[in-house]
Design a protein around this ligand. Structure first.
Ligand code: SF4
Length: 311
């Protein structure tokens, strides 16, 4: 018997390729970045080896996640070419790329659109006061730049993922403003597929000395987001950042319907490994939810069939 659409929770079987960890920003909560020049960039040969090893494992999405090379750096073009070539390689091997490489120019996005199924950029929080705290050394985190990026993604009609980072110094009103900005953009361009609500979860590399976002508050934020966001935007939560199973279920009750890309390593939160998909499936099933894989592009009109295509 097919599950009812309102009992379905989706995830994307994914693997993350990192062209480079180097980033010219220094967000204090970051557990991803490395200093410029500290590590060699990924080569196409390395990527091909990894992708070959993923064949037949049910993985569809290749998330290309990169630190940012400064727009005026002499290596910017080389960096963008590498990302483009990685996407092309993934496509040629039967995978669907989804790139999140930080702030891009309109022409850079236009180019990458041709080799991506979907793309993403976290809006995080719009309150500019964060430029004096967690984003003091992160020029890419100027809210206007990020809004501009989302607007260009809309103009280019790129299926898009964005989201909020929770617990980095914002208040409830800040969250509301950020959600409303996403809702406005979607009403105009209709291209936002999902909004991630990512609770700050301290990791071993960060310098931001704050406790984790209280996971018990997450259902409340999800419910607030569900009220503000148009109904065709799916709310996504990273299940590895919600350690208590009861609370994960409470997040679903509040309106979350997607668990994002699940792969061997969460590159953004490497201190928080994912549960096995089968374990997640069991936990959800115990409360009547069916966990199904999905593609990186949502099939709005046939969402159940789209998800079922994997099973
Ligand atoms: S969070 Fe992103 S933009 Fe900020 S330092 Fe880390 S990799 Fe760079």
């Amino acid at each position: 018997m097919l599950p009812l659409p309102n009992q379905i929770v989706t995830y994307s079987p994914a693997y993350t390729l990192v062209p480079t960890y180097e980033c010219f920003n220094k967000c204090t909560y970051c557990n991803f970045r490395s200093d410029i020049g500290s590590h060699p960039w990924m080569t196409l040969e390395q990527a091909e080896k990894i992708l070959l090893s993923l064949k037949g494992q049910g993985i569809c999405e290749i998330l290309i996640l990169s630190g940012e090379v400064h727009p005026l750096s002499s290596r910017r073009q080389e960096w963008l070419d590498l990302i483009y070539d990685l996407c092309l390689l993934a496509l040629s091997m039967g995978f669907l790329p989804h790139t999140n490489a930080g702030i891009l120019s309109f022409s850079e996005m236009q180019r990458l659109k041709n080799v991506n199924a979907s793309m993403g950029l976290m809006l995080e929080q719009l309150n500019p006061k964060l430029l004096h705290t967690v984003h003091r050394h992160a020029p890419s985190k100027i809210p206007e730049l990020r809004l501009q990026h989302l607007q260009w993604a809309g103009e280019l009609q790129i299926p898009f993922t964005t989201g909020l980072l929770l617990g980095i110094g914002e208040n409830e009103d800040d969250r509301r403003q950020t959600l409303m900005a996403i809702a406005d953009l979607h009403l105009k361009y209709q291209n936002i597929q999902e909004v991630i609500l990512q609770p700050h979860s301290p990791g071993s590399q960060q310098t931001f000395d704050e406790v984790a976002f209280d996971p018990y508050q997450l259902p409340q934020v999800i419910a607030q987001a569900r009220e503000i966001l148009p109904s065709d935007i799916t709310i996504q939560i990273p299940p590895n950042l919600v350690p208590e199973e009861n609370w994960l279920l409470a997040c679903l009750d509040a309106g979350a319907r997607d668990l994002g890309g699940i792969g061997p390593r969460d590159e953004v939160n490497p201190d928080y490994p994912h549960r096995e998909v089968n374990r997640l499936r069991e936990v959800l099933l115990s409360a009547g939810w069916t966990l199904l894989p999905r593609l990186p592009v949502y099939q709005r009109t046939h969402s159940v069939l789209g998800a079922m295509a994997f099973s």
